[in-house]
Design a binder for this molecule. Structure first.
Ligand SMILES: Nc1ncnc2c1ncn2[C@@H]1O[C@H](COP(=O)(O)OP(=O)(O)OP(=O)(O)O)[C@@H](O)[C@H]1O
Ligand SMILES: O=C(O)c1ccc[n+]([C@@H]2O[C@H](COP(=O)([O-])O)[C@@H](O)[C@H]2O)c1
Length: 195
């Protein structure tokens, strides 16, 4: 049976912890492929995100040469808020026999009960959850009360976040240690995240 992972994010920008998590998910879950899904309109982010085309280009640069990484633009192509349940319904309809995993960080696991139609989402996937520095390793009470499939991903704590990267760029500090080189060049060339 084919094993497919889904890894959604704002990816504003994609960074080294995303890549480490993606590679770990492939290996730890024995995935045939991992679908990276950049969010069109990440409705729970309070700030305005960088245009989808630029986030997508950075993702392309970061994932080049990794054959089991596949970018899926379904959320960028849809209008309105990006709900993961809509993405799952669409993708799973094409491959109903596959085993599906949803890769998330602990910060999202801790608030999964705020996601649109989360009880149905839990029926559709096995969650693969990576620890995140500073976030306690517990599900929210509503989730703890419902049976669901969850596999922990043993990612070593990586304190990097896109928020920190944007802040460093705005302060004129280098981000070479936090993103792949072509992404660092793209940020510089396109003058993203300037104050
Ligand atoms: N350092 C990290 N360790 C573990 N998981 C992470 C890490 N950074 C991001 N993730 C996970 O990757 C997914 C996509 O994250 P996202 O694109 O929002 O990056 P972010 O760094 O959290 O962004 P921002 O700082 O803008 O909120 C989420 O499930 C998030 O939990
Ligand atoms: O479906 C939802 O209601 C929902 C609510 C919050 C986050 N998500 C998804 O979770 C993924 C990570 O979100 P973020 O905000 O950390 O980039 C991304 O794919 C979002 O679309 C999804």
């Amino acid at each position: 049976m084919k094993r497919i992972g889904i890894f959604g994010g704002s990816f504003d920008p994609v960074h080294n912890a995303h890549l480490a998590l993606g590679r770990l998910a492939l290996q730890h879950l024995g995935l045939d492929e991992l679908r990276w899904v950049p969010a069109g309109l990440p409705w729970q982010k309070s700030r305005q995100v960088t245009p989808g085309a630029q986030r997508l280009e950075m993702l392309r640069l970061a994932l080049e040469g990794e054959p089991r990484f596949v970018i899926d633009t379904c959320e960028l192509d849809r209008s309105g808020p990006s709900y993961t349940i809509d993405t799952l319904r669409a993708l799973q309809a094409h491959e109903p026999a596959a085993a599906w995993f949803l890769v998330i960080g602990q910060d999202q696991y801790a608030r999964l009960d705020t996601w649109r139609e989360w009880p149905e989402l839990l029926q559709r996937v096995t969650l693969a959850v990576a620890g995140r520095a500073g976030v306690p390793p517990q599900p929210p009470a509503a989730l703890a009360a419902v049976s669901h499939r969850m596999v922990p991903l043993p990612l070593p704590p990586m304190a990097v976040s896109a928020t920190e990267i944007r802040a460093r760029v705005a302060q004129g500090q280098p981000v070479d240690a936090l993103v792949p080189p072509p992404v660092a060049r793209y940020i510089e060339q396109h003058r993203l995240y300037q104050a």
